[in-house]
Design a protein around this ligand. Structure first.
Ligand SMILES: Nc1ncnc2c1ncn2[C@@H]1O[C@H](COP(=O)(O)OP(=O)(O)OP(=O)(O)O)[C@@H](O)[C@H]1O
Length: 261
């Protein structure tokens, strides 16, 4: 079974901005799947629709085999989200927020205590557990978001730029943990605007540009696909996401200069 199936999804903002354009995608279960595209490609819009934060304009999608209708978010117990604009309760401390999230899933009190304590330790938030979220750093907020997404042991994690702003040691630990979760049957979907940062970590990647799916493939095949199958126009449009793989002097954007330098 696919963890997610998206069929002909379209999202228009203000009736004219087409952020997601007839987008279809099937995401296999028990794997780590990357949605990669340049700034403004439509990644957050897709994830916000899956999370039920915004409504689609057209199309349909299933999550864990269930067709999702407007307002029908009973599946949320089985899914954990990290979104680009997290809905923190900023006045709460880190520990109170995690306790609150765990309580929403009606976990037993002992279980809540154990999981919150382990997550605080894992994300090195112990010392900041009593800090109000509004005063946490960007990286700490991202860690709180990740901890909250994992607390109820979901079967599916939908993570919008989850590693952005987190230091490299923690990134390594988070990646190892997500890999372990995938081995135990969890599906992890994450977005990034940097192919190099996620390609080795993901099993499969979908490239998205201007709201459309460019292609979807296993990560081992991605470089060959980029080299051999993209038109010059698509390649140039996507340079931002694989700039590390090409020499900047060979790119159309590498030749940009500020007039005063
Ligand atoms: N609330 C909104 N109202 C109007 N336009 C929006 C809104 N949210 C997003 N957009 C537009 O939709 C398009 C897709 O944006 P989105 O945030 O989904 O892209 P993204 O791939 O996540 O980008 P980034 O990597 O920069 O976060 C962009 O053109 C953006 O300006």
């Amino acid at each position: 079974m696919n963890a997610i199936e998206i069929n002909n999804l379209t999202k228009k903002y203000k009736k004219s901005i087409c952020a997601v354009d007839d987008f279809s995608l099937a995401i296999p279960s028990s794997s780590i799947f990357g949605i990669v595209g340049p700034n403004g490609a439509g990644k957050s819009t897709v994830m916000n629709i899956l999370a039920g934060v915004i409504n689609k304009t057209e199309g349909s999608f299933t999550i864990l085999g269930k067709q999702i209708k407007k307002g029908g978010y009973e599946y949320k117990r089985e899914v954990g989200f990290v979104l680009d604009k997290p809905h923190y309760i900023e006045k709460l401390s880190v520990i109170d927020y995690l306790n609150f999230c765990a309580a929403m899933y009606e976990l037993p009190a002992k279980e809540i205590e154990m999981r919150v304590s382990e997550l605080l330790h894992f994300f090195e938030l112990d010392e900041k557990k009593d800090e109000r979220i509004e005063f946490c750093s960007k990286g700490m907020k991202k860690k709180v978001s990740l901890a909250a997404a994992m607390i109820h042991q979901p079967k599916l994690l939908i993570l919008d730029e989850p590693l952005e702003g987190i230091d490299p040691v923690a990134v390594k630990q988070i990646k190892d943990t997500l890999r372990l979760m995938a081995e135990k049957g969890v599906t992890v979907i994450l977005s990034s605007h940097n192919l190099d940062a996620v390609e080795k970590f993901c099993d499969e990647v979908a490239i998205i540009d201007k709201g459309k799916l460019v292609f979807q493939c296993k990560t081992q095949k991605i470089r060959a696909k980029i080299k051999n199958e993209l038109t010059k126009e698509t390649y140039e449009s996507l340079e931002e996401i694989f700039i590390d793989a090409v020499s900047t002097k060979d790119t159309k954007k590498g030749s940009k200069k500020l007039s005063w330098l």
